[in-house]
Design a protein around this ligand. Structure first.
Ligand code: 4NP
Length: 154
């Protein structure tokens, strides 16, 4: 099963989501069932690495990030089985390029899986280290729930 995490710039939230997801499925020995990637709806940072604050919060939590920024394409809507948007704006932008209606059901919001509440994974780009910590915590608990639901489908 192929999972794609999507945010705006593909340097803060979605590479972190991808890295946390990969870390958790490896620990749970589920990595042979899943393949994941991340991308952005925007094209500001194409070809670059993750934001250094993202790498830093990941490493503090023993999660490796090895990332090259790429932009979402219409083919992604065909290639991936589940597409996880970080916020409502990403969600709308993904649906806008999903011309084939049959692929729209694949798109979900990350915090639909947050046991502590729905909404957006807040964009930390103009924020502080504390904002990156908060994003990590939201992703950490949402991805636990996401994986629990995926396990029922394998
Ligand atoms: P991300 O954060 O979508 O979580 O990667 C952002 C990164 C860059 C920009 C905005 C948000 N930007 O405007 O360049």
């Amino acid at each position: 099963m192929k999972i794609l995490f999507v945010c705006l710039g593909n340097i803060c939230r979605s590479p972190l989501a991808e890295a946390i997801f990969n870390h958790k499925i490896k620990v749970q020995k589920l990595d042979h069932f899943f393949e994941s990637d991340s991308c952005g709806t925007g094209n500001y940072h194409l070809g670059g690495p993750a934001d250094s604050r993202t790498t830093s919060i990941a490493l503090k939590n023993k999660v490796d990030i090895n990332h090259v920024v790429r932009q979402l394409s219409e083919d992604d809507l065909i290639d991936y089985d589940q597409i996880i948007a970080m916020d409502q704006s990403n969600y709308s932008n993904i649906l806008r390029i999903a011309s084939a209606k049959e692929n729209r059901h694949k798109v979900r919001l990350m915090r639909d899986y947050d046991p502590q509440g729905k909404g957006d994974v807040p964009d930390p780009y103009y924020g502080t280290e504390k904002d990156f910590r908060e994003v990590f915590e939201i992703l950490d608990r949402s991805i636990d729930q996401f994986i629990a639901e995926l396990k029922t489908k394998i």
